[in-house]
Design a protein around this ligand. Structure first.
Ligand SMILES: Cc1cc2nc3c(=O)[nH]c(=O)nc-3n(C[C@H](O)[C@H](O)[C@H](O)COP(=O)(O)OP(=O)(O)OC[C@H]3O[C@@H](n4cnc5c(N)ncnc54)[C@H](O)[C@@H]3O)c2cc1C
Length: 289
């Protein structure tokens, strides 16, 4: 591991000033950064620790818009009463990350910025059409999460920019959302495949809006637009849900890697997408009743 300077700003202003320096990189919980540093896969002459910046640690709702600070940990998300009410798919995804030690350190901002296609929190944010709010010394901008990833490990984050928070609108009416994950074992496992679904039903019980996303099957998390279009304006019968779930993999050239072959991923993705849609439909029907 190479030597580096370690800085701990306590305010956003201090953070922005430090980030304007050259060869700086960020660390939040360190659960991706530290293993990478040990294998010489992450280097910087200055490492800036975000964990003391209190203004990056909040979960709040503002006029139907839910906002989560970048330094909120997976454990905070898993235990949040507000998020359990508004985004059960994200709560389930964060609760499935690693072990309790990993969840106590690992943050939502780190999960997103690390840009792994297996990042568990990302599919639930895709199906809520979340925005990633970025800041630097002089400006701020919001990027739809569906456009934030440019490849494995690569994002639209510019030099000197950091993730400030993530936002998404509360779903309205008879809605449901769910997350499913399959790893090589049931605990402490990076996803071989993950799936998230969000569904809104109209008064007749037909699908008004459907969003489905798959993780760990392609270079980035992907939305399944064809599958969504199969569900919309139809009654979500088990046959229709299966048809939509099978369609999820049509447009994706699934990846082979150390965790799985492409063929296995294709099969597992359809199964998990089907389960996530069914679960979301079930919740939505409960709200309709
Ligand atoms: C044992 C173990 C098990 C794990 N299991 C899972 C799992 O099941 N599912 C899963 O998804 N992940 C898993 N991970 C990966 C990791 O825990 C998560 O990705 C976590 O959310 C990363 O957050 P962090 O705060 O630790 O990120 P860090 O390691 O601190 O940072 C990760 C990257 O994000 C950048 N970064 C951090 N915060 C910001 C910010 N606010 N703005 C811009 N850039 C930022 C850093 O510069 C770095 O490039 C596991 C890791 C370990 C060690």
């Amino acid at each position: 591991m190479q030597d580096f300077e370690f800085l701990q700003p306590k305010s956003l202003a201090e953070l922005s000033d430090l980030l304007a320096g050259s060869d700086t990189r960020l660390v939040a919980g360190g659960t991706d950064v530290i293993p990478k540093m040990r294998h010489n896969l992450f280097a910087a002459s200055t490492l800036i620790d975000l964990s003391r910046v209190d203004d990056l640690n909040f979960i709040q709702e503002d006029e139907g818009e839910v906002k989560i600070g970048a330094c909120v940990t997976h454990q905070q998300i898993a235990e949040s009463e507000l998020l359990a009410l508004v985004n059960p798919s994200l709560v389930a995804a964060s609760a499935s990350v690693g072990c309790v030690q990993t969840r106590n350190r690992g943050t939502l901002g780190g999960n997103i910025a690390n840009a792994s296609p297996a990042a568990d929190a990302v599919p639930p944010l895709f199906v809520y059409s979340a925005q990633v709010h970025l800041r630097d010394k002089d400006a701020q901008r919001a990027v739809p999460i569906t456009e934030f990833f440019t490849g494995p490990g690569s994002t639209m984050l510019g030099s000197g920019e950091y993730i400030h928070h993530i936002s998404f609108p509360r779903l309205k009416g008879a809605w449901g959302s769910a997350f499913q994950k399959m790893g090589k074992r049931s605990g402490m496992a990076i996803a071989v495949v993950s799936a998230a679904a969000a569904v809104v039903l109209d008064e007749s019980g037909a699908v008004k809006d459907a969003r489905i996303a798959l993780g760990s099957v392609a270079p980035t998390v992907v939305r399944c637009l064809l599958a969504e279009s199969i569900l919309v304006n139809q009654e979500p019968t088990p046959e229709l849900v299966k048809k939509a779930a099978d369609a999820c993999i049509t447009d994706i050239s699934t990846i082979s890697d150390v965790r799985s072959t492409a063929e296995y991923r294709q099969h597992a993705a359809a199964v998990l997408a089907g389960r996530a849609i069914q679960q979301a439909v079930y919740q939505a029907r409960m709200r309709l009743a």
